[in-house]
Design a protein around this ligand. Structure first.
Ligand code: GLP
Length: 243
């Protein structure tokens, strides 16, 4: 198993940023999936800073978010679209055609999911996918219980997250919020995965993911089966597994 443990959070953020940059330098047409949340915000900003100081060719790369909230406006600052635009996409001068963002509003999300997969396939598939880790082991919006065979779909949103988004966006209860997400099968088809986890609050789930049973109860445990997955942890997240 390929596990990298960094001494602290700063080294974690910097190393993760360099993993993204290395992928772009090695393959100027790289297709890279990004996750949003506390774990990945700084790594995106560091990529942007390094790019501003020492620009490299990003004219042919494709970036895309692993997941998205449905039935909210893209302009909502908590949408995955807005977060990635603010943290990395705009700073790199990525054109709309290079940023494959799923729609937040549609009359037929089933069709949008298939279209999204087709668009990624047309780009040649996923070269690098950066994944955050949910406290219950979820990946993207694939909550515990999601079949490993799942493809891109709209999942039911976690209740706590849903309540927060409703409040922040003034969304009424009649409007259903969901999670547009790559399925576990799509995730597993990525050529390289980096599972990123930082903070001591992730220590217990990190241990389950790495050394527990491979089960849909802990979606991230499926990554034990991926042939090219690096588990990138800071000292806090590695607390339960490091000597
Ligand atoms: C959310 C997102 C995931 C993200 C995860 C971890 O559920 N849908 O894409 O990876 O949370 O978030 P954080 O890094 O804030 O712990």
């Amino acid at each position: 198993m390929n596990i990298t443990i960094t001494e602290n959070e700063t080294k974690f953020d910097t190393l993760a940023a360099w993993r993204i940059i290395e992928t772009i330098l090695a393959n100027p047409k790289a297709v890279i999936g990004l996750s949003t949340g506390q774990t990945t915000t700084n790594m995106h900003r560091i990529v942007a800073q390094i790019y501003q100081q020492h620009p490299f060719d990003v004219s042919k790369i494709t970036l895309f978010p692993l997941d998205e909230i449905t039935n909210i406006s893209r302009q909502y600052s908590g949408s995955c679209y807005a977060m990635l635009k603010n943290q990395i996409v705009d700073a790199l001068g990525i054109q709309d055609s290079q940023f494959l963002a799923p729609p937040t509003v549609s009359k037929d999300f089933g069709c949008e999911c298939r279209k999204y997969e087709a668009a990624l396939a047309a780009k040649g598939g996923i070269d690098l996918l950066i994944l955050g880790l949910g406290a219950n082991g979820h990946l993207g919006f694939n909550q515990p219980g999601t079949p490993f065979e799942s493809k891109t779909w709209i999942s039911k949103m976690d209740e706590v997250l849903e309540a927060r988004i409703r409040k922040e966006t003034n969304t009424t209860p009649e409007k259903e919020l969901g999670g547009f997400t790559l399925g576990i099968k799509n995730i597993m088809h990525s050529r390289k995965i980096i599972l990123a986890a930082k903070g001591i609050h992730k220590a217990e789930i990190v241990e389950k993911m790495l050394f527990g049973q491979i089960t849909t109860d802990v979606p991230a445990s499926v990554l034990q089966l991926h042939p090219n997955c690096e588990f990138l942890l800071d000292a806090g997240a590695a607390k339960a597994i490091a000597p």
